[in-house]
Each structure stands twice: as C-alpha cells, then as structure tokens.
Design a protein around this ligand. Structure first.
Ligand code: ADP
Ligand code: 5GP
Length: 178
C-alpha cells in the first residue's frame, strides 16, 4: 500500500496508528539526503545518507523508485521492500511521482491519497507541527495543488478530517485489497 498526500496532511500520524493496530504490517524506510529534523533518528524515520551515497545507490539499481523534491532526494530501497513483502503487508509513505512509479513496476500496489478537509486546515497543521519555517511551509503549500491534482490516478482518496475515521478507512482498504 502506497500512501501519499501533501506535507502536513497527517500521513505520518495515520501510518503510525495503523501500524499500532496491525503489527504484521511494516513501514518501508526511505533513504533521503535531507538533514534529520529534531528527534528524527537514522534508520527510524529515514536512512539519512549523503548525496554521493544516494547517487551510488541509484547507479546500483538500489531503488524501487526515487525522486528529487524540496532540493533533496528521496528513494525507496528495493531490497528492503522485497524482503518485507515476504513476511507481510508493506506500507510506503511517499510523494505522488514516486507512488505512480511504484504502480508502474508493481501494478499490485494500492495507491491511497490522504487529502485535507480544506487548505486552511492543512496550513494550520503544518504550522502547528512547528518543524518548518514560513518559507518552507509556503513552498509545501504550493506543492499541495500538484499532489492533490494527481488524486484521479489513485485507487482511493481519504479526507483526513476526523483522525480515527481516516485510520479506520485506511485499515479497511488494507483488509479488503491486500
Ligand atoms: P504528514 O506526515 O502528512 O506531513 P503529520 O502526520 O506530521 O503530517 O501531521 C501534521 C500535523 O497535523 C501533526 O501535528 C498531527 O498531529 C496533526 N494531525 C494529523 N491528523 C490530524 C487530524 N485528523 N486532525 C487534527 N490534527 C491532525
Ligand atoms: P519530509 O521531508 O516531510 O519527510 O518528506 C517530504 C516528502 O517526501 C513527503 O511527501 C514524503 O511522502 C516524500 N517521501 C518520503 N520518502 C520518499 C521516498 O522514498 N520516495 C519518494 N518519491 N518520496 C518520498
């Protein structure tokens, strides 16, 4: 299952709650060249790597997909996902370009878009999270239009208004589809 949606929409929160309910599922840990945010540990939120190392992994065919946005590279380690698929469901939390690339190489992937109730709510959540400055928030809001514009290509679109309801919906898709 591939989960996408604009920054701040609640993907991380939903995935965390979903994993607590379904211990047999696992989250794919991506590689990124962006610096860790406060509290993020290597190998937990991401594998934090240098651009040099990331490019070497691209050359080795080490990514199922990768993309560059917000000036940083993000990629899904191929081996990690293939190994985990042998033992249970795998959840990828990645942006739209990467998600659509996963669907190309793995047509059995189920794409789920998490959408905000409205723009003001998204802005408030991003600001409330307090991990980005105003300039970064404004660029991420611009990117929102692009991401939500890809919704028709997704298998499901879920509005994250009430959190529990959104998690219930994602869980039921997981039960039905995978
Ligand atoms: P993302 O992973 O999509 O960037 P996060 O999961 O970090 O987003 O959520 C951004 C902020 O919004 C967090 O502070 C989170 O607690 C809050 N949040 C998530 N879902 C909801 C919701 N349904 N209602 C209110 N706040 C929410
Ligand atoms: P953040 O910097 O806020 O952690 O993530 C920024 C964006 O990168 C989010 O939309 C997130 O879903 C996306 N992302 C995280 N990992 C990957 C990945 O492996 N591949 C792609 N294509 N996008 C990713």
């Amino acid at each position: 299952m591939v989960i996408s949606g604009p920054s701040g929409v609640g993907k991380g929160t939903i995935v965390k709650m979903l994993l607590a309910r379904r211990p047999q599922a696992s989250l794919s840990i991506s590689c990124t060249t962006r610096p860790p945010r406060e509290g993020e540990k290597d190998g937990e939120s991401y594998f934090f790597v240098s651009e040099e190392k990331f490019k070497a992994m691209i050359a080795d065919g080490g990514f199922l997909e990768y993309s560059q946005h917000f000036e940083n590279f993000y990629g899904t380690p191929r081996q990690f996902v293939e190994n985990r698929l042998n033992t249970g469901d795998v959840i990828l939390e990645i942006e739209v370009d990467g998600a659509l690339n996963v669907k190309k190489v793995m047509p059995q992937a189920v794409l789920v878009m998490i959408a905000p109730p409205d723009r003001q709510t998204l802005y408030a959540r991003l600001k409330g999270r307090g991990t980005e400055d105003e300039d970064v928030i404004s660029r991420r809001m611009d990117r929102m239009e692009y991401e939500l514009g890809k919704s028709p290509l997704y298998d499901y679109v879920i509005i994250n208004d009430d959190l529990e309801t959104a998690v219930d919906k994602v869980e039921s898709i997981l039960e039905k589809e995978i």
